[in-house]
Design a protein around this ligand. Structure first.
Ligand SMILES: Cc1cc2nc3c(=O)[nH]c(=O)nc-3n(C[C@H](O)[C@H](O)[C@H](O)COP(=O)(O)O)c2cc1C
Length: 461
């Protein structure tokens, strides 16, 4: 029996999610686990996998019985590197090799919106004609608890049973149809006074003949002062978020002086009153460039840098056919206390309707900005906020010190119950972390001490 593992964590072999796989490897010594780290397979600047790597990859998948996706949740979805890898597989038209293979997921997170990421990979498996056997979804440190180790063994045994008995498994996600419609841009209007509100349109459009391009243009045409349009493809990203959490203390990204992203984010995104997301559905999500944008913005940790901003979305493609997509994109803003004003898509396939909707969105978003509109939150976002608050207060406040400080200063610690033992340790570490020298000492120690716990477990298993 052979398992091909795709480790989607940007941390590579330092991934906690991977420890779950290594635990299984220890417990099932007769099974061969062939592990691919997506960070080394993904070709950062190209849309192709390097030829030698690709040949090996295809060979191993061909010979495997099951493909196991192991990944952390990053900004309500999979990390940008994994999204890019899936984009490349599709572009290189090599997904046939996955057809008929069994598939499963092991995913870790702090349980903020993890289902959307899991559904995405599950849907990709369905698209590639794989037989999806199930998901092991857990909190980062669950493997350290015996009850979860038992659950993990049970999970894997049931996969083995499925493979042995050659069970047939139903698809859960309908294929996304090709979206065929050409939007005819309406006439220039220029009637809406921006009332000194700064509008920033962020787009990733690469095609000047696309609906995305024309819809974005038409929206811009509505205003007396033309909004600034920034194309994410023109910003130099050295790479995706590494998950190193070094930004947790002072919001300083390790890539800060190595690429253009953090300067762009501070100078443009933070300065805008109104943000427009312009995207096109690529493969059940926006492009991996948009995901780079979301993941890399994590350097602000949970300090809500977009609070109070008004957000609109202009999306093209079969948006409503992708379960959870709208929620996933909205949640990024809502959890920061930004306000979602509206979404316009080209799904009506009627140019006049689309132009009218774009005009209304333009008007509505200025109204919302002038009146500082802040709508109530959906229940799931409130639940996410509880989880986050609890994590900052009781467990991860010191590694996310900037967010802890922000929550404290703005009296945001109100709802969650306290676990006194952990709270005290957290408080002591928070006091110590204020000193740079102690911080420099603690960060590597903290990261390696977590890994040590897992390594010890693996040694004894
Ligand atoms: C950039 C970044 C974004 C994250 N976004 C989420 C999220 O949206 N939801 C969540 O529950 N956890 C989120 N997490 C927490 C990770 O999913 C969690 O720590 C995971 O167990 C890390 O696994 P790994 O060590 O295999 O990378 C995020 C962590 C990072 C570094």
């Amino acid at each position: 029996m052979k398992v091909v593992v795709f480790n989607g964590s940007p941390k590579g072999d330092r991934s906690i999610t991977l420890k779950y796989v290594l635990y299984l490897q220890n417990k099932f010594p007769d099974i061969i686990f062939k592990i691919f780290h997506i960070v080394s397979v993904e070709n950062k600047n190209e849309n192709e996998i390097r030829k030698d790597i690709l040949e090996n990859l295809l060979f191993e998948i061909e010979k495997s019985d099951i493909v196991l996706w192991a990944f952390p949740v990053y900004i309500f979805h999979v990390p940008s590197q994994l999204l890019h890898f899936i984009e490349i597989v599709r572009k290189q038209k090599i997904s046939d090799v996955f057809s008929g293979k069994y598939a499963a997921i092991i995913s870790t997170s702090i349980h903020i919106s993890g289902t959307l990421a899991i559904n995405y990979i599950h849907a990709v498996c369905d698209d590639w004609n794989m037989k999806f056997t199930g998901t092991f979804n857990c909190e980062t440190n669950d493997l350290l608890k015996s009850v979860y180790r038992e659950k993990l063994i049970f999970f894997f045994n049931s996969i083995l049973n499925t493979i042995e008995k050659k069970y047939e498994l139903a698809f859960e996600f309908a294929p996304v149809k090709k979206h065929e419609f050409i939007y005819q841009k309406g006439h220039k209007v220029i009637s809406i006074d921006t009332l000194q509100k700064k509008i920033l349109i962020i787009t990733d459009s690469t095609d000047k003949e696309s609906n995305q391009h024309f819809m974005t243009e038409y929206f811009s045409d509505q205003f007396t002062v033309r909004p600034e349009i920034i194309n994410l493809n023109e910003i130099y990203f050295k790479g995706g978020c590494l998950g190193c959490l070094k930004c947790g203390y002072d919001n300083h990204c390790v890539y800060q002086s190595a690429d253009e992203f953090t300067d762009f984010y501070k100078a443009k995104v933070l300065m805008a009153d109104i943000i427009i997301v312009s995207g096109d559905i690529k493969f059940r999500y926006l492009s991996h460039v948009w995901k780079l944008f979301f993941d890399r913005s994590y350097f602000f940790n949970h300090t809500q840098p977009l609070a109070g901003k008004q957000v609109g979305m202009i999306l093209t493609g079969e948006v409503s056919h992708i379960v959870g997509l709208k929620e996933m994109l909205s949640n990024y803003y809502l959890i920061q206390d930004a306000n979602i004003v509206g979404l316009v898509t080209d799904e009506s396939k009627n140019s006049e309707t689309i132009s009218r909707l774009l005009g209304s969105l333009a008007d509505r978003i200025i109204y919302a900005a002038v009146h500082n509109v802040l709508n109530t939150l959906p229940s799931e976002v409130i639940a996410m906020k509880y989880i986050l608050e609890d994590a900052l207060k009781n467990r991860f406040g010191f590694i996310n010190y900037s967010a802890y400080r922000y929550y404290n200063k703005n009296h945001k610690f109100q709802k969650t119950t306290q676990m006194y033992g952990k709270l005290v340790i957290n408080k002591i570490l928070i006091l110590l972390i204020r000193f740079q020298t102690i911080r420099n000492f603690i960060h590597p120690y903290f990261v390696s001490s977590i890994l040590k716990k897992f390594n010890k477990l693996l040694e004894n298993s």
